[in-house]
Design a protein around this ligand. Structure first.
Ligand code: HEM
Length: 390
């Protein structure tokens, strides 16, 4: 999950293949003052910022039309820990494995709709609906609400008529209110009819240090963040991965011929593509990074994509090696706010890639297609794939 303004102008330089831009920034201006904030591209600086939450706050770093801080993203430590203590156990690899058979079913149903056609609009027919369907299932919400959720997610992440940080709140606020209202009703329903899902578990949870349940506002602020954090990010990853695999048939064949390599391949594509290229923080005091003075209140944008290609950590960072080990990429961020949903995302990506390549091992991007990457979060507006039909 990330902020969608701060580094838009930098990302716009190379949305399709941003890695050369990361390298150039790292080598020439590792602490770069842009009109939207200070862009950091050296791994060491990025690690420092993510670690020192007392110096770099997430509190007011993003405005998505929300009326209160998003939980836990916009809550700084130490308060932050009380929420992660409740949420982490709900998103463990073991909990996610329980969802896997159902996700495999949904993935196959989606593939059924286009497998005989010899082509698909991958973004629209697969990358967008999959994470949203999984999310509805996870929270115990009706699958019929899919279209509504997709509209809301876009209304918040890519609001029409918002050119910059200033007009963002106004553009997103009406959609945000609809989301709060929807979850308010969903919470009522789950209180009346508890079931085996994440929302029911959150309602039943206790804030240990205060011996009380989560308040209605806290539940709403968590649900709101889930919607923003959990849908677009997986769509972005699927888009980036399938473009990469369509363009690199040798890597694709490796997945088909050695399915065991899949978990490592996912980590390596997360590193190389970094679908969430950067995050945002606000300096809590006057300070300095790499000789660059930063004033209290200034926005700082650690570029995770640049960290993931920094030769200080990664040998031959420009080589995409599905057997790379170790692979300590920062595609899920770092420090206290490291992605809560990483195991969910990994499971979705694993099932999607496994089932797709099992059924459609050979595909290419429809000739003549001009890929248009969206700014900041790296999805493509459309991804037509063609493949043989057996
Ligand atoms: C491949 C897909 C995903 C990527 C690349 C990704 C990336 C990230 C990143 C970079 C952060 C750190 C943000 C920051 O430090 O400002 C983050 C945080 C977060 N992510 Fe993800 N994410 C993904 C999927 C998900 C999913 C499926 C969920 C579902 C619930 C989720 C929930 C969250 C939450 C709640 C946070 C905030 C954690 C905190 O503040 O403690 N993410 N994610």
């Amino acid at each position: 999950m990330t902020e969608t303004d701060g580094y838009v102008n930098q990302a716009a330089i190379g949305l399709d293949e941003p890695q050369p831009m990361y390298k150039a920034l790292r080598e020439s201006s590792p602490v770069f003052r842009s009109p939207q904030g200070i862009v950091l591209s050296r791994l060491a600086d990025i690690e420092m910022v993510l670690k020192h939450t007392e110096l770099f706050s997430s509190k007011d770093a993003v405005d998505l039309g929300n009326t209160r801080p998003l939980i836990p993203l916009q809550v700084d430590p130490p308060e932050h820990a009380k929420y992660r203590r409740i949420l982490d156990p709900l998103f463990t690899p073991r909990e996610m494995a329980r969802l896997e058979p159902r996700v495999a079913e949904q993935v196959n149903q989606m593939i059924d709709r286009f497998a005989d056609r010899g082509e698909c609009e991958f973004h629209e027919e697969f990358a967008v609906p999959l994470p949203c369907t999984v999310f509805l299932q996870l929270l115990g919400l009706p699958l019929d609400d899919l279209d509504k959720f997709l509209e809301w997610k876009d209304g918040i992440i890519r609001p029409e008529g918002a050119d910059g940080f200033e007009d963002r709140h106004e553009a997103s606020a009406p959609v945000a209110q609809e989301i709060y209202d929807y979850f308010d009703r969903a919470i009522d329903d789950h209180i009346a009819n508890p079931r085996d899902d994440v929302l029911s578990q959150m309602i039943a949870a206790t804030v240990a240090s205060e011996n009380r349940p989560l308040s209605r506002d806290e539940l709403l602020d968590i649900c709101f963040l889930f919607l923003i954090a959990g849908l677009d990010t997986v769509t972005d990853s699927l888009d980036c991965f399938f473009v990469y695999l369509a363009r690199h048939p040798d890597h694709r064949r490796q997945l088909v011929e050695q399915p065991d390599i899949l978990p490592h391949a996912i980590e390596e594509m997360l590193r190389w593509e970094t679908p969430v290229p950067g995050v945002a923080r606000v300096a809590t005091q006057d300070l300095e990074i790499g000789g660059c003075p930063i004033s209290k209140g200034e926005r700082v944008n650690p570029l995770l994509g640049a960290a993931n290609t920094d030769p200080e950590e990664f040998t031959d960072p420009e080589v995409v090696d599905f057997a790379r080990t170790p692979n300590r990429h920062r595609a899920f961020g770092g420090g206290a706010h490291r992605c809560l949903g990483s195991h969910l995302a990994r499971m979705e990506l694993r099932v999607a890639l496994r089932e797709f390549h099992r059924r459609i091992p050979d595909y290419e991007i429809k000739p003549g297609t001009q890929l248009a990457y969206t700014a900041a979060l790296r999805s493509v507006e459309s991804l037509p794939l063609i493949f043989g039909v057996s």
